[in-house]
Design a protein around this ligand. Structure first.
Ligand SMILES: [Zn+2]
Length: 358
């Protein structure tokens, strides 16, 4: 999570954050790829390339931007790309996943201050869209006709507040991924499957560790690039983040966080809304990818979408009805959702005004 440098104006900071999160390579910003890191200091908020980058950044996490627009302006967001807007200023300073939303083109020089983020981006730049088109770990670890990966969990440093929920959290994430066609196994430091107790003699594909501090992120993971049985990547969780104070909230939020970071390991990039939203959202179901999650089409293409059995019993949730595939229907559904959102926001605004007595 970038922090403002001493000599940086607010808009310069916002422009740099938009660059670090990949919004100069967004498909909505075709001129942006002509900009190099060294050009950023010379850009003005009114430059079209900056306006497009700010619009792209706001649209990538419209949940956070909508909330901030309500707080700062008492109205729904306008998505005007103003780098000096208070809601945008709050947006670039708020916590979110540091993995860029769009892949920097090969050869783009990226120098992130956080070495973990730099490692993630360098690996992403080596990959290509084609390389990750068929999902990771196909038929690995004795799986027949499906994908299977093993994550070794080093519990050292795990927050004791949710340690008693950890088994449920792993089960939730495993169940969600079994439903879309990937068996994700969690292996202890003693070499035993943490959910079934079976001895694991095969490779480890990802190392999960807890860190006690970060540059602002709560989770970080290598974005998988069609990983094989023999390759190894990693996933880190910030131990001080608990997601809440009650067991149900902690279980829900840490499950969603682990599903998000595991999703990066599985090759997923961010989406606007859903589990792969750049910042944490509330209310996601546990034990499944939300039925309308924008990652579902990508998950289906990477992992088939055909449920696989959960070791030791249990069955994945039945696959929800597929996303409607005609464009007209999707547009209609979006229009309905837009109107619902709009009306909800207007209601919220009037409630806020009542509370403020204006
Ligand atoms: Zn992320």
């Amino acid at each position: 999570v970038p922090s403002r440098k001493p000599n940086e104006t607010l808009s310069q900071f916002a422009i740099r954050v938009a660059w670090e999160y990949g919004h100069f390579w967004s498909p909505d910003n075709p001129e942006g790829s002509n900009i190099s890191f060294n050009d950023l200091a010379n850009l003005k908020p009114s430059d079209p390339v900056v306006v497009q980058a700010m619009i792209s950044l706001a649209k990538m996490d419209s949940t956070a931007y909508t909330k901030l627009s309500l707080v700062h302006h008492g109205r729904p967001p306008s998505f005007d790309g103003d780098a000096e807007d208070p809601a945008m200023a709050a947006m670039v300073e708020s916590d979110r996943c540091p993995i860029p939303d769009y892949l920097p083109p090969p050869g783009t020089e990226c120098a992130f201050e956080d070495p973990n983020v730099q490692a993630v981006v360098e690996k992403m730049q080596k990959g290509t869209e084609e390389a990750i088109a068929s999902g990771g770990w196909p038929n690995c670890h004795g799986a027949v006709n499906y994908h299977c990966m093993a994550i070794r969990v080093n519990p050292a440093g795990m927050n004791p507040k949710y340690a008693h929920l950890w088994k449920k959290i792993m089960q939730n994430v495993q169940k969600a991924n079994c439903e879309i066609g990937l068996l994700m196994r969690f292996i202890g430091m003693d070499g035993k499957d943490l959910l079934t107790g079976e001895t694991w003699t095969s490779n480890i594909n990802s190392e999960l560790t807890f860190v006690q501090s970060s540059s602002g992120w709560i989770g970080l993971a290598i974005v998988g690039q069609s990983e094989s049985c023999g390759s190894k990547i990693w996933l880190k969780l910030l131990a001080t983040y608990t997601g809440g104070n009650t067991d149900p909230v902690m279980e829900q939020q840490i499950s969603a966080l682990l599903l998000h970071e595991g999703g990066h390991n599985m090759g997923l990039m961010h989406t606007n809304g859903g589990i792969m939203n750049p910042s944490m959202t509330q209310g996601n179901p546990v034990g499944q990818w939300p039925p309308n999650d924008p990652s579902r089409p990508r998950l289906r293409s990477l992992y088939s979408g055909v449920p696989v059995p959960i070791p030791g019993g249990g069955t994945p949730n039945p696959n929800p009805n597929p996303v409607p595939d005609t464009l007209e229907k999707r547009v209609r559904d979006l229009e309905v959702r837009n109107i619902v959102n709009e009306v909800t926001m207007q209601w919220c605004v009037s409630e806020i005004r009542k509370l403020k007595g204006t």
